[in-house]
Design a protein around this ligand. Structure first.
Ligand code: ASP
Length: 326
């Protein structure tokens, strides 16, 4: 049998790492940074990850340049990523052990700290749009389960059949995990993860962040990770930073990774340094793997991950196209 070696350097991107670092460290909004999850495998074709994250960034920047808010921009970017079947969020979400999709999402803006999240949603095409409605139209921050789905109908968000969220790729993965679960038990059936996130900063330093996921493959029905939790999956405060996390939710929750990164920016680190520090915190304190994107109020951006790959892209005013890496 032929032994196929994995590439030594899994990095694929539009720029060298040092060129990216210079671009991320540059000040000046408006700017948008997105991620497509920290679970991408080195054997996956990078092309759809690069194209999807670039497109989302560019859409977000367009919203800001047209006068939209940072939250509008982050939401527009997040919705494109939810609709892209490449990513584990919205259409293309992974399946629970019961064989259906349960979606989590949250959003936050950093001027008044308005925030909204939804968890275990099953009948909505774009959970980030529902999280936005929780943020804008209710006195609540987090809604879950059938109550959240019912709230979607109340808002006029069309009922979306759960089966329409399921892609052939995720169904095939579920079948493989189901065989493992039958043989070795459900907790042994672990697959590659993924999430999407977007952080936007406008020209006046106003920040917003959005995160959305199908969660972890073959998760127990009802399991909620970090993505819908403000402070863990998503955080934004104009006096600190904005951040969106990806990776093992159970670990991210324990270190409230998004807020941890934002506090480090407030305390003087650059967004890039803060992202690296937050991922180190995740590993050192909670033995977790994952990644994060960060934007500061001055328009500097950052990203870091301790997994082999994390799909990500950035754009700032003056750039004609977004620059992506995976
Ligand atoms: N953080 C997500 C969760 O645990 C998964 C991921 O980001 O890959 O639900």
């Amino acid at each position: 049998m032929q032994y196929v070696r994995e590439p030594m350097n899994p990095y694929a991107g539009d720029l060298s790492i040092s060129d990216f670092e210079q671009l991320l460290d540059r000040k000046g909004g408006p700017a948008v940074v997105v991620h497509g999850g920290a679970g991408t495998a080195v054997t996956d074709d990078p092309a759809p990850y690069l194209a999807g994250t670039r497109r989302a960034c560019e859409a977000g920047l367009q919203v800001l340049l047209a006068g939209g808010s940072a939250l509008d921009a982050a939401q527009a970017a997040a919705m494109l990523l939810e609709d892209d079947p490449t990513f584990n969020a919205g259409t293309g979400a992974c399946l629970t052990s019961a064989g259906d999709c349960e979606l989590d999402a949250s959003c936050m803006e950093g001027t008044r700290l308005n925030a909204g999240g939804v968890a275990v949603v099953k009948t909505v095409k774009n959970p980030i749009a529902l999280a936005r409605r929780v943020c804008d139209d209710t006195p609540h921050v987090l809604m879950a389960g059938p109550g959240a789905d019912a709230f979607a109908r109340e808002c006029g968000i069309a009922l979306h059949d759960n089966a329409l969220l399921i892609t052939p790729r995720q169904l095939a993965r579920w079948r493989e995990l189901d065989v493992i679960a039958q043989r070795e038990g459900a907790d042994k059936a672990r697959g590659r993860m993924g999430t999407i996130g977007a952080v936007a900063v406008d020209s006046r330093g106003r920040l917003a962040a959005c995160t959305s996921t199908g969660g972890t493959p073959y998760k127990r029905p009802g399991r909620v990770g970090d993505t819908s939790i403000i402070g863990a999956g998503t955080y934004a405060d104009d006096s600190e930073a904005g951040a969106s996390s990806t990776g093992l939710g159970e670990a991210i929750l324990k270190v409230t990774m998004a807020r941890a990164a934002c506090l480090r920016v407030r305390d003087g680190l650059s967004p890039r340094e803060a992202a690296v520090a937050a991922v180190a915190l995740l590993r050192d304190r909670a033995q977790g793997d994952g990644g994060i994107i960060v934007a500061g109020p001055d328009g500097r951006l950052g990203w870091a991950h301790n997994t082999p790959r994390m799909a990500r892209a950035m754009i700032r005013v003056g750039m004609s196209t977004a620059k992506a890496a995976v």
